[in-house]
Design a protein around this ligand. Structure first.
Ligand SMILES: Nc1ncnc2c1ncn2[C@@H]1O[C@H](COP(=O)(O)OP(=O)(O)O)[C@@H](O)[C@H]1O
Ligand SMILES: [Mg+2]
Length: 268
């Protein structure tokens, strides 16, 4: 559910190619102890961006993938039985607050309502985390930063961030990179040659144009990287594209056939 990553310094930072001025915004937010919200479709680089920035700023990173069962206790901590004794165990948010780390709540709208309540005192200038169960009130250590992401495309009436929550965050909008940048990202991630990567990115552009008509979501950068990785390892192009860029998008046979026609149009 949560993963901890300690990365040391910019030299070891995972590769991230900026799309615009998001790195500057992140640095400014961190320097001024402001929380940051990343909006954008799945697979466009949000998680990679946060991992990169945490490494650059030399901060530990606690990532929590939110889901509809995630409660405040999962973030804050709970009493657990250990060898006949009950001991308090900090959750990832509490650890980040104590250590001055970056806490990244991925897909924050998925979390239960009590989670957002916990975030409020951390996102105003008090920067405190009250823990009812232990009667503690922890002040966030220097360097602590709250980052959250969500995909506005999945929004429905039940799952959206309340204005009282979203207006506590600086926000940056992400989208899929421009074709030139995306070619660079996919080459770098997969090792595949420029020619074939350019073809895959062109195909992705055509698939994305179908969003809202035949497809609910366009193909993500992540899926292009998957296709390119399979091709680089020797899988025939058409097989790799079917497995990585077509099957994940639709279950309908006639839509699939239409998409395969696009593959032929791009690659001949
Ligand atoms: N700007 C970028 N720089 C480097 N890699 C990227 C970039 N955008 C997308 N990627 C690639 O796409 C993959 C998926 O990105 P990820 O950060 O997991 O997406 P998200 O968190 O938005 O769903 C990454 O693992 C990486 O290979
Ligand atoms: Mg992610």
């Amino acid at each position: 559910m949560d993963g901890t990553q300690k990365l040391k310094g910019a030299a070891d930072a995972p590769f991230y190619l900026p799309q615009a001025d998001e790195c500057e915004i992140f640095r400014a937010a961190h320097a001024n102890s402001l929380p940051l919200l990343l909006k954008g479709p799945t697979g466009c680089g949000k998680t990679r961006f946060v991992a990169h920035m945490a490494a650059e700023l030399d901060r530990p990173l606690y990532t929590v993938a939110c889901h509809d069962d995630l409660s405040a206790a999962d973030l804050i901590g709970r009493y657990l039985l250990k060898g006949g004794e009950t001991v308090w165990v900090d959750g990832p948010l509490t650890r980040a607050v104590r250590e001055g780390a970056i806490c990244y709540l991925d897909e924050v709208v998925e979390a239960r309502k009590d989670v957002t309540v916990v975030l409020h005192p951390l996102t105003d200038d008090r920067r405190i985390l009250p823990i009812d169960r232990t009667s503690e009130e922890i002040e966030a250590a220097d360097g602590f930063m709250l980052v959250a992401s969500y995909n506005p495309g999945y929004q429905n009436i039940l799952k959206t961030l309340k204005p009282s929550t979203r207006q506590r965050f600086l926000s940056v909008e992400f989208d899929f990179p421009t074709p030139e940048l995306e070619v660079e990202v996919v080459m770098r991630e997969s090792g595949l040659d420029k020619d074939r990567v350019q073809g895959l990115v062109r195909l992705a552009g055509k698939l994305r144009a179908l969003k809202g008509q035949d497809l609910e979501e366009g193909v993500s950068t992540r899926l292009i990287v998957y296709a390119a990785t399979l091709i680089h390892q020797g899988m025939p192009l058409e097989r790799a594209v079917l497995a990585a860029m077509i099957e994940p998008l639709t279950d309908e046979e006639d839509v699939k056939r239409g998409l395969l026609d696009l593959v032929t149009a791009v690659f001949g």
